[in-house]
Design a protein around this ligand. Structure first.
Ligand code: GH3
Ligand code: MG
Ligand code: MG
Ligand code: MG
Length: 289
């Protein structure tokens, strides 16, 4: 799929020139003012923005500032493309969050390579963000990111639940079938939790075969029912080894609902962990509140 570039310029001729230049390689959208650019962004989040400075309603500096304040658009690289050549404008462009500055009349090849370079850097940053936030084996949040997101939720909401999930007798699976199959079991567990994942929640792999969920609820009973449905689904899900041997396995979970006495997210998860400990001690393959 082509990368998307949004050109924001009050002069439609300037937009046409840039569409001609970039249109072969990229999907180029044009907007004549701020209102139109917000409409386009809503429908088609661009990978990069080329932004004029002098425009009648909101000027390019103000628009850039706005885009950098919005969570949805703050990571889109913005290259200013303008007839203004004074140093103050160049300085301001970078201060408001622009990543590059090109003056009109521009050199077409130069603009192309500048665009290409910024798109490449954006890809690299996205990859780094992914690697630093996700567990690559299961595609769930890694421990660090789970706690970061969880902390945020913990400080902003009260109608929260936390769930600790642990695969039962996992060591036996590793010992009997080998680490490779152990990994498959972990991946399959993550997939099954994600597929049935409770809405408005974060799922993280916080240990070897241990997952945690934190999220907001409307109805406590629904949460308990959902996690128990996941438990039953996993119990009935079969994995096959390379020799077509069938493997079935189970999980245990502990649930906690937020109480004012929890000062930190660790207190909250510890309470969920108590339920998990109880589930393990009373025969496993259980969900305990
Ligand atoms: P219980 O039912 O009480 O949870 O027992 P268990 O055997 O599942 O629990 P325990 O926590 O003692 O064992 C977890 C094992 O998971 C220990 C470790 O060697 C293994 N492990 C940790 N990370 C990985 C991994 O990424 N892949 C595989 N295959 N094994 C892992
Ligand atoms: Mg203009
Ligand atoms: Mg275990
Ligand atoms: Mg464990």
């Amino acid at each position: 799929m082509n990368k998307k570039i949004l050109v924001i310029d009050d002069n439609s001729l300037n937009i046409e020139i840039l569409v001609d230049l970039l249109g072969d390689e990229y999907d180029v959208f044009g907007a004549l003012d701020a209102a139109m650019s917000f409409e386009i962004i809503e429908e088609n989040l661009p990978d990069l923005i080329l932004l004029d400075i002098v425009m009648p309603d909101i000027n390019g500096f103000e628009l850039c500032q706005k885009l950098k304040l919005d969570k949805k658009t703050k990571n889109i690289p913005i290259i200013f493309i303008t007839a203004k050549t004074d140093e103050d404008s160049i300085e301001k462009a970078f201060e408001v969050g622009g990543i590059d500055y090109v003056t009109k009349p521009f050199k077409p090849k130069e603009l192309l390579v500048r665009v290409k370079t910024q798109l490449k850097i954006k890809d690299l940053i996205s990859n780094l963000e992914y690697i630093s936030s996700y567990d690559t084996m299961t595609n769930t949040l890694n421990r660090r990111k789970f706690f970061e997101e969880g902390e945020q939720l913990f400080t902003t909401s009260k109608n929260l639940y936390a769930i600790m999930i642990d695969i039962d007798n996992f060591k036996m699976i590793n010992d009997q079938y080998g680490h490779h199959i152990g990994d498959v079991v972990i991946k399959q567990t993550a997939l099954n939790i994600m597929n049935k994942k409770l809405k408005n929640s974060f799922l993280g792999r916080i240990g070897g075969e241990e997952f945690a969920l934190i999220g907001t609820y409307k109805n406590k009973a629904d949460i308990i029912q959902n996690i128990d449905e996941i438990r039953i689904f996993i119990q009935n899900d079969t994995i096959f080894t390379d020799n077509n041997e069938k493997i079935n396995f189970t999980i245990s979970s502990g649930i906690s609902f937020f109480k004012d006495e929890f000062i930190t997210i660790d207190d909250f998860l510890k309470d969920a962990d108590k339920g998990l400990y109880e589930a393990k001690g009373s025969g496993k393959n259980k969900t305990v509140l």
